[in-house]
Design a protein around this ligand. Structure first.
Ligand SMILES: Nc1nc2c(ncn2[C@@H]2O[C@H](COP(=O)(O)OP(=O)(O)OP(=O)(O)O)[C@@H](O)[C@H]2O)c(=O)[nH]1
Ligand SMILES: [Mg+2]
Length: 217
C-alpha cells in the first residue's frame, strides 16, 4: 500500500514507467519560429524553459539518452526556435529558446521572449512546464517573471535545478530549500524541486517518473 503522501517520483510504479517511456524512440518533429507553425497534434506536451545556457537542451538529451537530439552548446542562445520532439508516439518534449540574455541581437531575443510567452500562455495540451534553474545561481528575476506568467495562465510548473555537479552538497541543500520556500508564494508551482546533473547523470529517473505520471493521469 502506497502512503498518500508519496510523490509520483518516489513511487516504484512511475519510476519504472518513466524508464520504459524514455527507452522509446524520441524523434525531432519540427522547429517553430511562430505560433502558427506549432504542431497540430493533441499529444500531451511538457516544456523545458529557463534562462539562456541553463541546460535545457542538455537535459532533454540526457533524459532520452540521445546525445545530439536537442542541440546544446556553450554559447548562450543556442536554441533559437521552439523545438518539438516526439517521445514514443505518445507525447511531445518541447525545447524552448533561452529566456532573457543570450549571445544574440537584442531584437532576436525580444522576438523569442514574445514567442515563448505566447506558447506558454496559450497551449492547451501543455501539461507541465519545467523551469530549469542553474543551481549555482538560484532563482533570478527572469525566473520569477516566468512563474508569474504561468500563475496567470494557470499552467502547472516545476523547478529543476541544473548543473549540481558544480556545487557542494551543503550548497545544493541551501539552494533547494531556498527555492522550495520561495515557490510557496506561487499558486501554480508544483512543490517538489528536482536537482539534476547531466554530467553525473543525476536526477534523471525522478524527472522521467514525473513525466510518466503526467502521461498516465
Ligand atoms: N557541468 C555541467 N554542465 C552542463 C550541465 N548541463 C548542461 N551543461 C552545459 O551547459 C551549457 C549549456 O547547455 P545547453 O543545454 O545548451 O543550455 P540551454 O539552456 O539549452 O541553452 P540555450 O538554448 O542557449 O538557452 C553546455 O556547455 C552544456 O554542456 C550539467 O549538468 N553539468
Ligand atoms: Mg537550448
Amino acid at each position: 500500500m502506497i502512503p498518500e503522501t508519496t510523490w509520483p517520483h518516489e513511487q516504484p510504479l512511475f519510476l519504472e514507467e518513466g524508464m520504459v517511456l524514455f527507452r522509446k524512440p524520441c524523434e525531432f518533429v519540427k522547429s517553430c519560429v511562430a505560433l502558427a507553425h506549432l504542431p497540430e497534434s493533441d499529444f500531451m506536451e511538457v516544456a523545458f524553459v529557463g534562462r539562456s545556457n541553463v541546460g535545457k537542451s542538455s537535459l532533454i538529451n540526457a533524459l532520452t539518452n540521445q546525445q545530439g537530439l536537442a542541440r546544446a552548446s556553450n554559447t548562450p542562445g543556442r536554441t533559437q526556435e521552439i523545438n518539438f520532439f516526439n517521445l514514443g508516439e505518445q507525447m511531445h518534449l518541447v525545447d524552448l529558446p533561452g529566456y532573457g540574455y543570450a549571445s544574440a541581437p537584442k531584437k532576436k531575443v525580444l522576438t523569442w521572449q514574445a514567442l515563448i510567452r505566447a506558447y506558454l500562455r496559450g497551449r492547451p495540451q501543455l501539461r507541465r512546464v519545467f523551469v530549469l534553474v542553474d543551481s549555482r545561481h538560484g532563482l533570478k528575476t527572469l525566473d520569477l517573471d516566468i512563474f508569474r506568467l504561468l500563475d496567470e495562465a494557470a499552467v502547472s510548473y516545476q523547478v529543476i535545478l541544473t548543473k549540481t555537479d558544480k556545487i557542494s552538497a551543503p550548497f545544493l541543500e541551501k539552494v533547494r530549500l531556498d527555492t522550495t520556500q520561495r515557490l510557496e508564494r506561487f499558486i501554480a508551482a508544483y512543490p517538489v524541486v528536482h536537482d539534476t546533473s547531466v554530467l553525473k547523470k543525476k536526477g534523471m529517473e525522478a524527472v522521467r517518473a514525473e513525466i510518466a505520471f503526467l502521461l498516465k493521469n
